[in-house]
Design a protein around this ligand. Structure first.
Ligand code: IPM
Ligand code: MN
Length: 335
């Protein structure tokens, strides 16, 4: 298993260190190439992601990424120049973000809801493409546009992926959008779900406006099985999803090229958390669970399940905050 490792900024190296050690326990022969990408390299060389970096990263089976972003660099430079550039260049059209409430994990919701849904967020289109512009900047007549790009090809492939997921789960697919206002893109998404759905007659489909979806996620998260949505709505609702299912410290994700042409990239949903970086405080569980998603993606379901069970057991016995290294050590001890 040849892994490209991008530890990145802030808490990235700390959580990725633990995740890699976990992978080493459950898989024989993990070979890693570490890439120095992020704020340090940017300050030292002005480089974000070179063609040579990208060509070399492509030679791997998968990518494990920690976090990108640092307060010493203007907001967005590293995020766009590195993270989004990789998602686009490697055609990571599926951004897979599962939300599972593990036993004994407290959640900030009334009742004692069980939560087990997965958001299939489109990863290469929507308002993320940089397809906009500004004129008359700095004048009272400044105009800025940010165009949401939605192609039939791009929507169809992510919708199809979501149906495939739903079929092997509880067979329910919810489209989340804002079709009452975003009529053009909304129509494309709704028609695509309807048409692709004809090929999956046993999957029930429904629709939810994104604003209402945020309410349901807080009041009745058990109603969701698979959610399919665009890049920006998916970004927003997966932060809520993480918050309601145990916190951002547990939320894992995969940026997937479902065609298998390019290596897929697995990363915790959380950011670089500079406020706690270097203090052995960050929860490495999201990075470790991202490692489990990576294993499952590469076909090692047994190893993925072992990691997830060890994490579940660790969470069940947690009574208070545990350090980064201690959490990793406890999970490895269970394995
Ligand atoms: C995420 C992040 C990124 C996104 C940022 C850092 C560009 O918030 O992975 O959810 O918006 O996709
Ligand atoms: Mn986000």
């Amino acid at each position: 298993m040849r892994l490209a490792v991008i530890a990145g900024d802030g808490i990235g190296p700390e959580v990725i260190g633990e995740a890699l050690q976990v992978l080493d326990v459950v898989v024989d022969g993990v070979e890693t190439t570490e890439y120095d990408l992020g704020a340090r390299r940017y300050h030292a060389t002005g480089e974000l992601l070179t063609d040579a970096d990208l060509a070399s990263i492509r030679e791997h089976d998968a990518i494990l990424l920690g976090a990108i972003g640092d307060p010493s660099v203007p907001s967005g430079v590293l995020e766009r120049g590195l993270l989004l550039t990789m998602r686009f260049a490697l055609d990571h059209h599926v951004n897979l973000r599962p939300s599972v409430r593990y036993p004994n994990v407290a959640v900030p919701l009334a009742g004692d809801p069980s939560i087990d849904f997965v958001v299939v967020r489109e990863g290469t289109e929507g308002p993320y493409t940089g397809n906009g512009g500004a004129i008359r900047t700095g004048t009272p007549h400044e105009v800025a546009t940010e165009v949401s790009l939605n192609t039939r090809f791009g929507v169809e492939r992510v919708v199809r992926y979501a149906f495939e997921r739903a079929q092997v789960r509880r067979k329910k697919l919810t489209l989340v959008h804002k079709t009452n206002v975003l009529a053009f893109a909304g129509s494309l998404w709704q028609r695509t779900v309807d048409e692709v759905g004809r090929g999956y007659p046993d999957v029930a489909t429904d629709y939810c406006h994104v604003d209402a979806a945020t309410i349901h996620m807080v009041t009745d998260p058990g109603r969701f099985d698979v959610i399919v949505t665009d890049n920006l709505f998916g970004d927003i609702i997966t932060d809520i999803a993480a918050a309601v299912s145990g916190g951002i410290g547990l939320a894992a994700s995969g940026n997937i090229d479902a065609t298998g042409t390019n290596p897929s990239m697995f990363e915790p949903v959380h950011g670089s958390a500079p406020d706690i970086a270097g203090q052995d405080k960050a929860d490495p569980t999201a990075a470790i669970l991202s490692g489990a998603l990576l294993l499952r993606h590469l076909g090692d379901t047994a190893a993925a399940e072992r990691v997830e069970m060890a994490v579940a057991a660790d969470l069940a016995e947690r009574t208070g905050p545990v350090s980064t290294t201690e959490t990793g050590a406890r999970i490895r001890a269970r394995l």
